[in-house]
Design a protein around this ligand. Structure first.
Ligand code: FAD
Ligand code: SIN
Length: 544
């Protein structure tokens, strides 16, 4: 088919200095940092609080107490990541953490305090109390609402219900972005495009993630020529409550940090002989232990907070307390049934320590990016921090760019715009999402095995032609992105024939030292992204 022309598509054009896709912590903090350097436009495909940030509970990790230090924070991060992280990136994360927390305080963010000093909580695999929180367990909500207010006050331009579809690349440089709204298709030119689109937790049937988190940024970046890596590393959170109806609800690790127990139906603390830190072991260890206990006892596993006290619980965890009450669980008296659920994408768009992707003028930050700080498993509460630390660095770096911006459309539009879906493809695409998420949960979930992953791969290959089209509705374009992301996660999980961090294979339960310096990457250099060939995974040597 001939390439679509701008006239056929009726694209409206505009220009700005910086486009940021995503209004979570990473996007908004970067926007605030860039505001002095030019006009910043932030897009969100739903409202401004659509992503995962709003749901964050536990808090933000930073070495803030006199007994703590960036060195100790480094060691915990490195160890939790199974010694697979990028040491230089981790150093940046932990050393710059206190400065970024001070920036938040200067911006008016009000962390919880005890006797005037910032209150610090503990979470799994942290050797120190170092989690700053807001509103008890409402860290994400309080943080993002405060940052959005600041961003509005300083004149950042927001476009809501704007679905980013494609990055415009010309002569090897990113020139702008195509997005759609209910009014049609738009092109916005910019000197830098910053992807802050979050992870892809919606790929799984049971997830803590917000509905907007569908991996769009991964696929936009990949199609534009950026490299994706570490997609086999996806973290499952151990303690999630599945209410009778509606979204799974996270029960923060901070609850265990304050001393809550994990017990089986007989009230026995089964973590005591599973890890030296018992309930506060690494997330992958605790998650697998819960599943083993559920299978062994053929019964539920519970969180028991009762001994923390009826006065303390609602004060320290007001959100969890009141949400559980809505489901008739009084957690000062009742146990909470919990189970693991999909939580966090560790891999993502490969970036350097200033957020550069492989495409000039295209940046990635936050959960969509792979800075390397999390290695093979993320230390709790290091993610909001990553958005802040690397958001600041992306802003400093993007501000140096003085490439001219012109609102003219690129000479050649991406082929994607020529491949409009037909009715049959629309129907097929609309029907498959629940099968996709069900299969990802069962076949490429917490515990993986070759046979199941091959079944997933086979099914994905049948669906592959559907990724070729541009659909008439954003949710179908999302599904097409989810298909490509699932395909890459499955390929990577098949290729890594070992267990490491949150990638656990029951057919290869040991860690293979020969893979300790190898990362799995996807690049578009030699594979089609137009629905004809599956993306190709390959090993690459780790750089740092
Ligand atoms: P998000 O906050 O997910 O925002 C993504 C944004 O991208 C949204 O605005 C969305 O609308 C936009 N977007 C996506 N695709 C498109 C598109 N195609 N077009 C336009 N816009 C698009 N981490 C911690 O460090 N501490 C915690 O206590 C903590 N608790 C958590 C609790 C829960 C329940 C969950 C789910 C996660 C938690 N995490 C926590 C992880 C952390 O919240 C996330 O990793 C982090 O908030 C991600 O921020 P982000 O800015 O990268 O993306
Ligand atoms: C939690 O509060 O348990 C989530 C923390 C995180 O994912 O970092």
């Amino acid at each position: 088919m001939d390439r679509a022309s701008a006239n056929d598509l009726k694209i409206t054009t505009s220009a700005t200095d910086y486009v940021i896709v995503g209004s979570g912590v990473a996007g908004i903090f970067t926007a605030i940092r860039l505001a002095e350097k030019g006009q910043v436009t932030v897009l969100s495909k739903q409202d401004l609080i659509a992503g995962n940030t709003w749901f964050a509970q536990g808090g933000i990790a930073a070495a803030f107490s006199p007994e703590d230090s960036p060195t100790l924070h480094f060691e915990d991060t490195w160890k939790a990541g199974n010694y697979f992280g990028d040491r230089a990136a981790i150093s940046v994360l932990v050393e710059e953490a206190p400065a970024r927390i001070n920036d938040l305080v200067d911006l008016g963010v009000r962390f919880d305090r005890t006797n005037g000093a910032i209150a610090l909580g503990r979470e799994g695999a942290h050797s120190m109390k170092r989690i700053l929180h807001i509103g008890g367990d409402a860290t994400g909500r309080e943080l993002i609402e405060s940052l959005i207010q600041t961003a509005k006050d300083i004149g950042i331009r927001f476009i809501e219900d704007a679905f980013a579809e494609q990055i415009a690349v010309e002569d090897g440089r990113c020139r702008g972005l195509f997005y759609s709204t209910k009014d049609g298709l738009h092109y916005i030119a910019a000197r830098a495009v910053i992807l802050a689109t979050g992870g892809c937790g919606q790929l799984y049937q049971f997830t803590t993630n917000a509905p907007a988190v569908t991996g769009d940024g991964l696929i936009m970046a990949y199609k534009a020529g950026a490299v994706l890596r570490d997609l086999e590393f996806f973290q499952f959170h151990p303690t999630v409550f599945l209410p009778p109806e509606g979204q799974p609800f996270l029960i923060s690790e901070a609850v265990r940090g304050e001393g809550a127990y994990l017990v089986n139906a007989k009230g026995e603390r089964f973590m005591l002989n599973k890890h030296e830190r018992a309930e506060l072991g690494p997330r992958d260890v605790v998650s697998r232990a819960i599943v083993e206990e559920q299978r062994r006892t053929k019964d539920f596993v519970y969180l028991d907070l009762r001994h923390l006290g009826a006065a303390f619980i609602p004060e320290r965890f007001p959100t969890i307390y009141s949400r559980c009450l809505e489901w008739k669980l009084d957690i000062t008296n009742d146990l909470i049934p919990v189970t693991p659920a999909a939580h966090y994408l560790i891999g993502g768009v490969e970036v350097d320590r200033d957020g550069h992707t492989a495409v000039k003028n295209l940046y990635a930050v936050g959960e969509v990016a792979s800075t390397g700080v999390h290695g093979a498993n993320r230390l709790a509460s290091n993610s909001l921090l990553e958005g802040l630390v690397f958001g600041h660095r992306v802003a400093v770096s993007a501000a140096k760019n003085d490439d001219p911006v012109t609102a003219e459309l690129p000479q050649e539009l991406p082929a994607y715009f020529s491949n409009l879906s037909d009715r049959k493809a629309e129907q097929e695409c609309a029907a498959l999402r629940s099968d996709l998420t069900w299969m990802m949960w069962h076949k490429v979930g917490l515990i993986r095995i070759e046979e199941s992953m091959l079944e997933m791969k086979q099914q994905l290959e049948k669906w592959l032609p559907l990724t070729r089209y541009r659909y008439s509705r954003p949710e179908l374009n999302e599904t097409a992105n989810m298909l490509l992301a699932a395909m890459m996660m499955t390929e990577a999980a098949l290729l890594r024939r070992e267990s490491r961090g949150c990638h656990y294979r029951s057919d290869y339960p040991e860690t293979d030292d020969t893979l300790g310096r190898k990362q799995i990457i996807f690049s578009t250099a030699d594979s089609s992204v137009e629905g004809n060939h599956p993306p190709r995974a390959e090993f690459s040597d780790k750089i740092s």
